[in-house]
Design a protein around this ligand. Structure first.
Ligand SMILES: [Zn+2]
Length: 206
């Protein structure tokens, strides 16, 4: 292979630009998760990072269908999960995606992250079959806080009662309206405690 071809096809860490890997563990280790702002229905919510830099780039590539970013992004979630002041078994519930988005991307982005997150971890129980979308949700980008609330009103449903502590997972938390709506119905279904876990959000102090 010519040097030019090698350079074009050699993966490069989105963080430090190191050649040969699509991401590197050094960049993952550097991340310092933080507590996000309080949301009414959640015990607490933690995020890996603000929405910027290589994490933002990874999320965009992942949502555009590049599944190899599931691994580094789920490692960030695992690191962020350690911040939660909670012990015992946790039920991990991904925010559901619409069938249209799953078809467009070729996979269910959040559920796929949660599969990686819970893999080989006995205290984490993945539950993708309980929380569901009762109707399609329009894209939240560009909506005001009030419009987001209206967009999400009654959108989530549950199939079964829940007994235990739940961690709801989403990619990016903006106003928190999505997590809040999901947490409300999960509590209604019986969850004793509900935590939020996301890749990106805004620290509580702002
Ligand atoms: Zn790196």
């Amino acid at each position: 292979m010519s040097i030019l071809k090698e350079l074009v096809f050699t993966p490069k860490c989105l963080g430090c630009k190191r050649l040969g890997v699509a991401y590197c563990n050094t960049c993952i280790e550097k991340i310092q998760p933080f507590r996000a702002r309080d949301l009414l229905e959640l015990d607490s919510c933690f995020c890996a990072s603000e929405y910027s830099g290589w994490i933002r780039d990874s999320i965009i590539r992942y949502k555009n269908g590049d599944a190899k970013y599931a691994e580094p992004l789920s490692k960030l979630l695992r690191k962020t999960l350690e911040e939660l002041d909670v012990s015992g078994n946790l039920i991990v519930v991904p925010i559901p995606s619409s069938q249209l988005k799953i078809r467009e991307r070729g996979f269910n982005t959040i559920a796929n992250l949660c599969t990686h997150l819970t893999h080989e971890c006995d205290s984490l129980k993945l539950d993708t079959s309980n929380l569901f979308l009762r109707r399609p949700v329009i894209d939240q980008v560009g909506l005001s806080a009030a419009q987001r609330l209206a967009n999400l009103d009654g959108v989530f449903g549950v199939h079964r009662v829940i007994n235990g502590t739940v961690v709801i997972v989403d990619d990016v938390v903006t106003t928190g309206a999505t997590l809040n709506s999901a947490a409300r119905i999960l509590r209604y279904a019986g969850a004793q405690r509900v935590f939020g876990l996301a890749l990106c959000g805004t620290p509580k102090t702002r």
